[in-house]
Design a protein around this ligand. Structure first.
Ligand code: NAD
Length: 259
């Protein structure tokens, strides 16, 4: 049977672990040729082992304009164009009381999560315009429906702004037949904790008690990266041909309970 992304070329940022890795693997299984973008050569080589079709390794920091331009050009040079962008790389960064959060910590989170999204789309754009395409951006429940992770201010602002970015460019790029959508995961089992530094949150956190069962659909069990990957492939595929400029929460109902 023909794959859902047959003949497409996809750029996936943050492709060496978690949601990005699962999405790259599923995209490849569905027929896409994939550019795996990450900032560790060693991790990129390991991630490539899970790809069954053609892939190219793109070593880049998503916050670097020069490196991101080079990566997009390399992918298009290798496979002819770019049809799909999964702008997914992100960090939790520092979660701390506002008076303790340092400007460089704020910048690092915003540079990775927000500027990284902008750069991935910007430098893929000349290629996306060639025959239309789809962009999917990984935001979060934080900053879109959940505002009670006190201390995660920089993270939540970056995630909220990704949704605004998606809506702005969805309208701007519609005439080029480029769709732009957002996935907003709740708790998903990945390596995200490794990019998290929590400091003195007990000083600012509100003592809110929610009803039992943090994720209603699964009785508290986190989602999987593979479940998010399914949504990403759907949004990239022709099955989503009339969907643009929208966010979709994938959280088992978590954000309906925890606000
Ligand atoms: P993860 O840590 O497993 O994956 C993040 C990936 O981004 C890693 O491969 C990492 O190397 C890469 N990355 C980080 N900074 C980079 C940089 N400067 N340049 C290039 N690559 C960089 O975590 P994940 O959960 O798979 O995260 C993916 C996305 O999902 C993030 O945007 C995150 O905010 C979002 N998200 C995750 C959850 C969750 O519970 N796991 C929930 C909501 C949103």
């Amino acid at each position: 049977m023909k794959g859902r992304l047959e003949g497409k070329v996809a750029l996936v940022t943050g492709a060496t672990s978690g949601i990005g890795k699962a999405a790259a693997e599923l995209m490849s299984k569905e027929g896409a040729r994939v550019g795996l973008l990450g900032h560790s050569k060693e991790h990129l080589h390991a991630a490539a082992k899970g790809i069954r079709g053609d892939c190219v390794l793109l070593e880049a920091d998503v916050a670097s304009p020069e490196q991101m331009k080079k990566a997009a050009d390399k992918l298009a040079g290798e496979f002819g164009t770019i049809d799909l962008v999964f702008a997914n790389a992100g960090i939790n960064g520092v979660w701390a009381p506002l008076d303790e959060l340092e400007p460089e910590e704020w910048d690092r989170t915003l540079d990775t999560n927000l500027k990284g999204t902008y750069l991935a789309v910007k430098y893929a754009l000349p290629y996306l315009k060639e025959r239309g395409g789809a962009v999917v951006i990984t935001s979060s429940v934080n900053g879109t429906r959940v505002f009670s992770n006190t201390g995660a201010t920089a993270y939540s602002c970056s995630k909220a702004a990704q949704v605004a970015f998606a809506k702005m460019v969805a309208l701007e790029l519609a005439k080029h037949r480029i769709r732009v959508n957002v996935v907003c995961p709740g708790a998903i089992k990945t390596e995200i904790e490794e990019s998290t530094e929590k400091r003195d949150l007990d000083r600012v956190i509100e003592p809110v008690e929610y009803p039992a069962g943090e994720i209603p659909l699964t009785n508290g069990k986190p989602g999987t990266a593979e479940e998010v990957a399914e949504l990403v492939v759907f949004l990239c595929s022709d099955a989503a041909s009339h969907i643009t400029g929208t966010e979709m929460w994938i959280d088992g109902g978590q954000s309906l309970l925890v606000g």
